[in-house]
Every structure is written in C-alpha cells, then in structure tokens.
Design a protein around this ligand. Structure first.
Ligand code: EPU
Length: 340
C-alpha cells in the first residue's frame, strides 16, 4: 500500500542535515509499489526526486514535487560456486551494512569500500570508490524500473558505462530510472586484496599484520576514514564535495613547474588526477569556518554544516573555493555532490 505524505521534512534524510521540505513524500518497499505510483495522476503532474541515503545531495530549497525514498530490502544469493558468489542487494539496504555482511561471511571485493555512507542502490550512480577500489570492479548488474516506460530493466556492468564517479545513471538514465537492486560478484577464496594505498599499508604495518585478510583491510579502512572524515551523524557533510580533477600531461607539467609538491596520480589515456584536497588546502581553506559552514579540518574536500546552515550557504562556500582554485591553479573543480 502506498502512503503518500504531504509537506514532509527532509532534515533527517540528507547527511548535510539541511532543513527543507518535500511537497509530497512516498517510501517504496518493492517494485509493485512503484508501478502503482506510476499510474497515479499525481505522478504525471509533479517533478520527481529519488532519494537513497541522502549522502550525496545538497538541498538549497524545498522540493516542490514528489520525493521517492527507495526502501527495497533484502540480501539474496543469486548463484555461487566454489570460488565466487553473486549477491543481490535491495537498493534500500545500507551500503556499510552490506559490506559488513560480506566481511562477516568471508566474501571479498568490497572491504575497501567500508564505512561509505548511503544505500546499496545509490552506489552505482556515482560508482563509489575509495582506497584503490571502485564499485565497478565487483558490480555484475543493476536492476530497476524505467520511470517513463514503466518497464523493468536489467543492465550489465558494461551497460552502466562506469567511469570515475560517473555512470549512465548520471546521464542518459538520469531522473528516469529507479534502481531496485544491485548484484555483486564476490570472491569466496583467493581474494584479491588491495592494500597498496599508502594509508592502508601504514595501518597494517603499525598493527603488525603481515598477511592480512578481508577483515583486516576493512578494519584498516574504517580506522583511516574515522581519522579523516567526519561522521555525518555528528557533523553534517556529504563526503567529498568535489571530484579530483583530471588534466593532460601538458597541463600537469605546467602545474609541476609552478608547484613542485602537487600530488598527482596517473589516470586513463595519458590523463592525470590531481588531489583536489591539496589544491583547496593551498588556497588556505582547510579548517576555515564561515558562520555555520566550513571546510573540514582533516580533509579539505569535505564541506561541513556546523549547525543550522542552509544549503545556499554551503553552495556559496563551494563557489568561493572553486573561484580561488581557478584563480591560483587555472583548474575548474567539478562538484561531486548533486545540488537541488
Ligand atoms: N590532500 C591534501 N589536503 C587535504 C586533503 C588531501 O593535501 O585536505 C592530499 C594528500 O596529500 C593526499 C591526497 O590529497 O595524499 C589524497 O588524499 P586522500 O587519500 O584523502 O584522498 P582524496 O583524493 O582526497 C578520494 C575520494 C574519497 C576517498 C579517498 C580514499 C574523491 C573525490 N574522493 O579522496 O572519497 O575516500 O580518495 O580513496 O575521489 C567521497 O567520494 O565522498 C570520498 C570520501
């Protein structure tokens, strides 16, 4: 049964903790709920916003339409053999809960993605990634409903067109696709551990762990994230606000001449990723606070709400940072967070 509410506060449904209201709000627990919703006259007359865990969104105003919260639950083994398991997760499952479930079962592949806020269904939209692993490395397929056609769609990983914090769900299928579940392909043995990321390596060494397992890597990631990134339950934030920019080798050479310490990493097609956090820090923004908003003290990519900030204040801060980075380095920072 659909239960459509009116004038609902979204403050507890976005990790920035911004107080805005939705004109209409409905939670979806299965695909038939959604198909029922698609038939209502209300659906056709209103703008729509699909919300997962609200951990990658900045609201700058009330939403004058229908907010649909994806609450489809369930973890189900689709297939398994001696060495691998295909696990389907409902879109409304907590991402970190899913990671903990897999770590507990001894299934490898997503341990580096521990403690990322948000839901399983939101994970493919921005192809979540951390500490040398991206969702696309383990994602088998995505299932959901095409909102204009009212039909079920099954997309293979290739069809999702994943890139760095990119997917088809941010382009051709933006606003017209409802993700119901994701299927991951995980290892049951001979796990491929990614411990090459400097910080993971350091934690394992400090803990004297020479032959780490999945749980050791997950624990290391959790301790790194806790030391660098604010917990949204304590301090409103949406993780990295900006993407790390990519530049050509010529631009990189120019930057290196002027700023020899600039951190960079090889990326696709002779492109290089530059650490946006470093650029922001060099502009003097790290730890700065303006009224109720600020740049986190330990990680400049993260903007925080110290209390009663509204979305426009956070957006203004983001724009000031973009302007300074552009002036100092000639680089345009793109926002990773979705602005509404
Ligand atoms: N750095 C600074 N100052 C800062 C922040 C970073 O100088 O304030 C430099 C450091 O030198 C460090 C380098 O930037 O060597 C990289 O920093 P970090 O390892 O913290 O990673 P990041 O590139 O800043 C990305 C992701 C994070 C992810 C980490 C770890 C993006 C936009 N962000 O951050 O993802 O956790 O790598 O893999 O790609 C998120 O998307 O919400 C998120 C937190």
């Amino acid at each position: 049964m659909l239960h459509i509410e009116e004038n609902v506060s979204l403050a507890s449904l976005n990790t920035f903790g911004i107080e805005v209201k939705a004109k209409y709000f409905v939670s979806i627990y299965n695909e038939s709920d959604l198909l029922e919703l698609l038939k209502l006259p209300l659906w056709k007359s209103q703008p729509v916003l699909i919300l997962g865990g609200g951990s990658n969104i900045l609201f700058t105003r009330d939403f004058d339409g229908i907010v649909v919260q994806s609450c489809i639950k369930g973890l189900e083994i689709q297939e398994e053999n001696e060495s691998e398991v295909w696990l389907r997760a409902g879109a409304g499952e907590s991402w970190h809960g899913l990671v903990m479930h897999c770590v507990g079962k001894g299934w490898g592949g997503i341990e580096n993605l521990s403690l990322i806020p948000g839901t399983a269904g939101a994970a493919p939209i921005q192809n979540i990634g951390a500490y040398g692993v991206e969702l696309k490395d383990v994602l088998e397929s995505v299932d959901g409903v095409h909102l204009e056609q009212g039909t079920h769609l099954h997309l293979s990983a290739e069809e999702c067109q994943f890139g760095y914090r990119e997917s088809i769900f941010k382009h051709q299928l933006q606003k017209i696709f409802f993700i119901s579940s994701i299927t991951l392909r995980l290892t049951k043995k001979n796990h491929i551990l990614h411990t090459e990321y400097g910080a993971i390596h350091d934690v394992l060494e400090r803990r004297n762990i020479r032959t780490p397992g999945i749980r050791d890597v997950s624990d290391a990631v959790i301790s790194i994230r806790r030391s660098k990134l604010p917990d949204p339950a304590e301090l409103g934030n949406a993780g990295s606000f900006f993407k790390n920019p990519t530049v050509s080798d010529e631009v990189l050479e120019r930057l290196k001449r002027a700023h020899p310490a600039i951190p960079y990493y090889p990326f696709d097609n002779q492109q290089f990723k530059i650490a946006a956090g470093w650029l922001i820090e060099q502009c003097g923004w790290k730890g700065k606070r303006i009224g109720s908003v600020g740049v986190h003290v330990n990680q400049s990519l993260v903007l925080v709400n110290y209390g009663r900030a509204n979305g426009k204040e956070i957006l203004q801060l983001a724009n000031s940072i973009q302007r300074d980075v552009e002036q100092k380095f000639g680089i345009t920072l793109k926002m990773e967070v979705n602005i509404f």
